[in-house]
Ligand binder design. Structure first.
Ligand code: GDP
Ligand code: MG
Length: 437
């Protein structure tokens, strides 16, 4: 399923796989494949990875987390956004509020009507009325009566009447005179998208002007769910989506692409056949579920906070006082190295991605820089200015590098220091990196 696919996609980045090198591009390819396999619409999947990549390239490099963790977090954020950001409530305000169900046969309309009535009664103190508007299958009417009895909610039906508009209108009247403040209208569906069914639901909608029209869809139908949603939305312009049967081994794909394709929020999910198997749809929780990495994400957040607070502040102080020395340089180097190989890191620096294309950098590009710094005495590391020619020669010898390399590093260090000083009014190193864009 999608969660497993994502796990696999991140495996490389997490360093759990055979490959220890960070490879963002490869990971994104895997992520996209995972989305497509989960029946996420092609355009949606493509846009998703494109956005994630852009965000990854723009992210701060100097964080205490691995690129894999950072990517996970960005994917998570992006998924949440794609699924609508925050939860959206069903509008049940009105006198009475009228909620109309639509969707194919078997999608779970009748079951969800019962669940919603139960939810509004027990959680919101409402007095709902359920309305059976499936005029084709008497069994469907009985089904709703059984559910109504179970949850103690009145069910309005009329087996003699064959016009659903008339039933709906009469039901709203009945609700008004019996102080029901919410009316939930269950309608008939067909096995496939069908013009007659569409016209019928459209005319019910037109006649009773519901407060809220909901489209119920079986999450297990994958890409079909998206096509059905599109067709229904074009015809009846519904307000929200109910994703049912999320309890099984369901592909999460529908949840991701429906919002992207019809731009309507998912409001509830169904997670079982029982009347209490209903959940408000939280994009954040769904993203957790899809990525299967809720823990990683919060871990990353914490790590980022810690880094920001401690490291950055300490460094900031030193830069301000112009005390930035080779020990700090080294620790920054290690910070960066922790995140992965140099080329990929460079690629993550804003604007560097393109410049680095085709450039070959060895993994241990930092190695001789480290060697030079390690060959400095503690005094020299703290007082780079004191490094004169004779000290330079000694350091070169000790590190096995040329005098030229030592000079280059010292110049690099001084440039960095100058730039840091210049930027020292900025919040931290991270924001400085952004300035370089
Ligand atoms: P309708 O034709 O759209 O009214 O669909 P129904 O409400 O009759 O549901 C069709 C079948 O799906 C029934 O057997 C329900 O018990 C089942 N069902 C509905 N919602 C869920 C759900 O969230 N999870 C599971 N596992 N089954 C569901
Ligand atoms: Mg039904």
């Amino acid at each position: 399923n999608l969660t497993d696919k994502f796990e696999k996609a991140f495996k490389v980045l997490k360093g759990q796989g055979q490959i220890s090198e960070v490879n963002v591009a490869e990971t994104l390819k895997e992520v996209r494949r995972a989305l497509l396999d989960a029946d996420v619409n092609f355009k949606t999947a493509k846009n998703f990875t494109k956005t994630v990549k852009e965000k990854a390239l723009g992210r701060d490099v100097l964080t205490a987390v691995s690129p894999g963790q950072l990517m996970t977090k960005i994917c998570h954020e992006q998924l949440v956004e794609l699924m609508g950001g925050n939860e959206t409530e069903v509008n049940y305000q009105g006198n009475p509020a009228v909620i109309l169900m639509s969707g194919l046969q078997g999608s779970g309309k009748t079951t969800f009507s019962g669940k919603l009535a139960n939810f509004l009664k027990s959680k919101k103190g409402k007095n709902p009325l359920l309305v059976a508007c499936d005029v084709y299958r008497p069994a469907a009417i009985d089904q709703l009566h059984v559910l109504g009895e179970q949850i103690g909610v009145e069910v309005y039906s009329n087996k003699e009447e064959k016009n659903p508009v008339k039933i709906a209108e009469a039901a709203v009247q009945h609700a008004k005179s019996n102080s029901h403040n919410v009316v939930i209208i269950d309608t008939a569906g067909r096995l496939a998208i069908d013009q007659e069914m569409m016209n019928e639901i459209a005319s019910v909608k037109e006649a009773i002007q519901p407060t809220e029209t909901l489209f119920v869809v079986d999450a297990m139908t994958g890409q079909d769910a998206v096509n059905t949603a599109k067709a229904f939305n074009e015809k009846i312009n519904f307000d929200g989506v109910i994703l049912t049967k999320l309890d099984g081994d369901t592909r999460g794909g529908a949840a991701i692409s429906i919002k992207a394709v019809v731009d309507k929020p998912i409001k509830f999910v169904g997670t079982g056949e029982k009347m209490d198997a209903i959940d408000i749809f939280y994009p954040k929780r769904m993203a957790d579920r899809i990525l299967g990495m809720g823990d990683v994400v919060s871990l990353v957040e914490r790590a980022q906070e810690q880094y920001d607070e401690k490291e950055a502040q300490k460094l900031q102080k030193k830069i301000k006082k112009n005390q930035f020395d080779f020990n700090d340089f080294l620790s920054q180097l290690h910070q960066v190295k922790k995140m992965g190989n140099v080329k990929d890191l460079m690629g993550m620096i804003p604007g560097m991605g393109k410049a680095m294309k085709g450039v070959e950098i060895e993994d241990d590009a930092f190695k001789h820089i480290e060697a030079i710094i390690y060959s400095m005495s503690p005094y020299e590391r703290e007082n780079p200015k004191a490094i004169d020619v004779s000290r330079k020669k000694r350091i070169a010898k000790g590190s096995g590098q040329s005098l030229q390399e030592v000079n280059k590093l010292l110049k690099q260090f001084n440039d960095t220091k100058k730039m840091m000083k210049m930027m020292s009014n900025k919040k931290n190193m991270a924001s400085m990196m952004k300035q370089m864009k």
